[in-house]
Design a binder for this molecule. Sequence first.
Ligand code: BES
Ligand code: ZN
Ligand code: ZN
Length: 495
Amino acid sequence: MQIKVLTGDITQIECDALIVDIYEETGGPEGAAAEADKVLDGAVGDLAGAGEIKGKPGEVTVIHTLGRMLPRRIAVCGMGKKGDVTPDKVRSAIAEACRALRSSGAKKIGAVALGSIAGLDKKDVAQALAEGAILGLYEFRRHTTKEREYPEVDELLIVAKDDAEAADLQSAVDTGVIMADAACLARDMANEPGNAMTPSDMAAAALKMGAETGIEVTVYDRDWMEQMGMGGLLGVARGSHQPPKFIVMQYKGGGDKHAGLVGKGITFDSGGISIKPSDKMEEMKGDMSGGAAIIAAMSAIARLKPKINVTGLVPATENMPGGGAQKPGDVFTAMNGKTVEVVNTDAEGRLILADALSYANKLELSPVIDVATLTGACMVALGNVCSGVFTNNQDALDVLLKAAVQTGEKVWQLPTYDEYREQIKSNIADIKNVGERYGGAITAALFLAEFIGDTPWVHIDIAGTMSSDKNKGYLVKGATGIPVRTLVAAILSLV
Ligand code: BES
Ligand code: ZN
Ligand code: ZN
């Protein structure tokens, strides 16, 4: 889809449908909606008067213009109350409107700067429109042979006041396109079935991303992991016929800072010998969503070119119960020399991350942000609305919290109090990989903390947010691509 900014009278924009905004408390058309209303002999106002248009968030009312304006339809988007409007509401509103218009056959869609009459900055709006439209129209069709029911939307036109504004908005749109394309790349990878997204496939996807963006990508094999002493990654990989891969991606933007992004790349999590129940096990093809987020974030960073160095690390393996698999009770030595008792082979993400975080320290990366579909306990705590975040350094986390407000990808901080550490003491090794049932997201984070030491570090548990079970706002059924945009925004804010 092409996204262009243009100027002109909104009733004369050449498109199949034009999207305008309306608010809950005003109860009638204002701004662009009022201009359209005038040409349509008060149709919008009548519908609002009759209570058919309420202006509530998520509401989209499509009205045919019957030749009175160039766009054949207008879509009136409910934005809620003016005081509550945020760029994230704009993202959701444009996504809902674009999907509604696509299903009625629209290929070329126009939109005004939704939310700007409520006081939002127009550049923020332009970026949000681009992101919301791309994310909301996303479809994963690689494995379906069925014909499309409707054509793809191939153009989005955003209407600006004048040429000076148009130039400003176009650069915000371009940033939005880069952000959303990256989130869609992460979705594409995480939506793939496990047989099409093995560790080798993940490595190939990273190499392809590198070739397209100029990021230097190196893929290491088992021999290298043995030299590095990566007992955690090698231990998890033992139960699978698929060879493990360790993916290293380097972006050199200059300056003194060198940040690290680390993602869990379990391309299928059967649980290993501590095997999972079969119900919903297929969802564990998405257990590489953290790794996919890192590969995708690196692509956006390469395109946005911030003056900072960033290295992305993705340990990738399947977690399978093959004959060679590690067993509950086994002990291994991680790359940083710590010994770990594997009480439960299904707590495998923390084992591969133990080595990846140790390697991040060897490279002296700082700060380090890791992303992982780590614990069911995080889902129990926070549901699917926000990701859990943890840190050993509040300043580092504050950067991420701010970035998450910008992107609308909600996060919530959970504690890392020392008292929880008791739970992962082992009788026979330095540490064990699971604690008690309660507080499981926290003990998992504390386990990771053992391998990052004093380096400022943030851990994002996306178990609850990696996928969506319905189309809602700019999320569509399947992988969400969370928290790609937040990672990129956080890196940009470190410059
Ligand atoms: N990949 C899972 C966590 C997960 C669960 C992600 C649901 C997404 C949705 C992880 O490897 C796992 O199995 N964790 C166990 C840990 C337990 C054995 C301590 C869990 O959360 O049940
Ligand atoms: Zn597991
Ligand atoms: Zn897992």
